[in-house]
Design a protein around this ligand. Sequence first.
Ligand code: BJW
Ligand code: ZN
Length: 238
Amino acid sequence: MTPPRIAVLTGAGVSAGSGVPTFRDAAGSLWRQYNPQDLATPEAFQRDPVTVWEFYDWRRQLMADCQPNAAHETLAAMDAVLPDFTLVTQNIDGLHPLAGSKRILYLHGDIWNLRCTSCSYSEVNRQAPLDPLPPICPQCGEMLRPDVVWFGEALDLDILHQASVAFTLADIALVIGTSAVVYPAAQLPLNTLNRGGKLYEFNMERTPLSGLATATFLGPSEETLPRWWDERRQAWGL
Ligand code: BJW
Ligand code: ZN
């Protein structure tokens, strides 16, 4: 049997089991403690770059100690055996490549990349904590910023287009650990549904997508996803 074409959208919940804080759900999640307008917008960075950098430096230190969990590992295993497979992630934590995933589209950037606010300089940088803070561009002396997409900023159009095509062509969309409230990411799985494909959701709770989903598997994705894949893999002879 030919394996189906699969497109996956992941969010912060896929890394929750690895100890990375989510944004919107539990008591300890980031936006319960901090106001996104003060920390994750270009205006906030312009107003107070030091505070914004301290927030990102703290998260880099926290993420540096985190390891991929069984959900990341399952996605890497799927990447290795499925001929038509695309992983689209909203996460900036770098745990998908660490688990071994190869075909990854990063919608909201990567916290381990820094880029200049003035010239075209960018670098991969895993130093945590950063020193100096804010970091300075070695090419022009201006400030570097985290290479992430803040509210009100445009996503990379080429990456968004590739993600859109993958979900449109997919037979199955997997939506894992996202509250599905941030756009345009949240609308990607609708492309699969609109073309007659199936949507499977893996989350601790129901989301705005649950009513449309073919099935929602409630529980930690580090448990539900490996189980789902084990059953399918055998049925598809993989
Ligand atoms: C588990 C679990 C476990 C827990 N197992 N599950 C249309 C309508 C309304 C507004 C807009 C719209 N279009 C655009 C907007 C504006 C805005 C937006 O969406 N606002 C809404 C919030 C209302 N969007 C933008 O500004 C975007 N830009 C844009 O649209 O520009 C126009 C343009 C587009 C395209 C081309 C050209 C131009 C940019 C959005 C950038 C988002 N940035 C952030 C910060 C990144 C950097 C950083 O990390 O600091 O991205 S915000 C934050 O939210 C982060 C995340 O990627 C994103 C999504 O969050 P996610 O991943 O869903 O996490 P949570 O915490 O919300 O949910 C976790 C889930 O996991 C929960 O459901 C739990 O239950 C679950 N869970 N443990 C499984 N173990
Ligand atoms: Zn520069």
